[in-house]
Write a protein that binds this ligand. Structure first.
Ligand code: NAP
Length: 305
């Protein structure tokens, strides 16, 4: 079984940054990801609040970060972690392909999209039901689409779809958006229509999505013809491997950490969206850097046989 000083689970902004910091201390570091490196970062259409870049797409920043990380750590993609077990002076990490020994672990597994859980959502997934405007937006150029949600993601992605030439309407369940003001102002500037106080009851179609049934807060329904429905209603933490290992999570299943990103278990750290808090790219990077710094510091106290 191959041995590492630090094994990082998840190659989003937090995990990749942890890899840079860990590798630069001279540690032997492995980063594992069940998909392609980038995580939720790949879905960010554009960012205007990452220091040093007035405007950058998530995909570009991931490509740059990945290149930098590869100089410092080994990245294995399409290799999902199935279990982490505590063994003598370290951890055994079993993936879909291999087993590895790590003296310490950094969990940066991120989050998963929350589902609407309405009839038709599962059935039309990939056939009009989408969760990533950056990935699927172009397919809906010149078409009618609904964007569901009122947070930063929904508003940002609605603007992105509008820029692509989609005829997008935002649907929000309340009369006030949660998104930051600068995004709300852009939404107004672009004259993107908003349907307020409405929730999705059903997604209908034949081969592909054809309409969506909305209900307002008085229970009145309307059926809107649309070729696509993008859903951006938040997310939940991917903390199952941490929980199975015995690491403490909070009531929302977010991994609990202190300011050093140490978790409730010795030599296990967590960083990024899986820990909750302010879900911003820069914050994930910061937490990744902190986790790797303390993981490195703590390594000298680990006695291996
Ligand atoms: P979010 O902030 O949690 O917003 C989720 C939105 O979906 C809310 O408006 C919520 O409505 C709505 N919603 C939740 N469940 C719903 C349901 N079942 N049906 C209809 N609507 C529902 O999620 P997010 O926008 O994905 O953002 C996640 C985190 O990433 C946030 O911390 C955000 O700040 C951050 N983020 C930042 C940026 C940036 O560039 N600054 C970009 C993207 C994301 P209510 O408002 O009524 O609760």
């Amino acid at each position: 079984m191959e041995s590492y000083d630090i094994i990082i689970i998840g190659a989003g902004p937090a995990g990749l940054t942890a890899g840079i910091y860990a590798g630069r201390q001279g540690t032997k570091t492995l980063i594992l990801d069940k998909g392609i490196a980038g995580g939720a970062g790949l879905e960010v259409p554009s960012m205007e609040n990452y220091p040093g870049y007035e405007l950058i797409a998530g995909m570009s920043l991931i490509a740059k970060t990945k290149k930098q990380t590869e100089k410092n750590a080994e990245i294995r993609e399409l290799e999902g972690v199935e279990t982490i077990e505590k063994v003598n002076n370290g951890f055994e990490v079993k993936t879909s392909k291999n087993s590895y020994f790590g003296k310490s672990i950094i969990i940066s597994t991120g989050t998963k999209h929350r589902l609407l859980k309405v009839p038709g959502e599962e059935e039309y997934k990939g056939r009009g039901v989408c969760y990533c405007a950056t990935c699927d937006g172009l397919l809906y150029k010149d078409k009618n689409v609904l964007m569901i949600g009122g947070g930063n993601s929904a508003v940002q992605e609605a603007i992105f779809l509008n820029n692509l030439g989609c005829n997008v309407t935002l649907v929000h369940r309340r009369d006030k958006l949660r998104a930051e003001n600068y995004l709300q102002n852009k939404l107004k500037e672009k004259k993107i229509p908003v349907i307020w106080n409405s929730t999705v009851k059903e997604i209908k179609g034949t081969q592909m999505v054809e309409s969506v049934v909305l209900s307002d807060d008085e229970g009145n329904t309307q059926e809107i013809k649309t070729q696509g429905i993008f859903i951006a209603i938040g997310d939940f933490p991917l903390s199952q491997v941490a929980k199975d290992l015995g690491v403490k999570v909070d009531d929302y299943n977010q991994v609990i950490t202190d300011k050093t990103q140490r978790t409730s278990m010795e030599n296990v750290y967590a960083a990024g969206d899986v820990t909750g808090g302010v879900k911003q790219w820069i914050v994930s990077c910061g937490e990744g850097a902190v986790a790797a710094t303390y993981a490195f510091q703590d390594l000298e106290n680990i006695k291996t046989d």
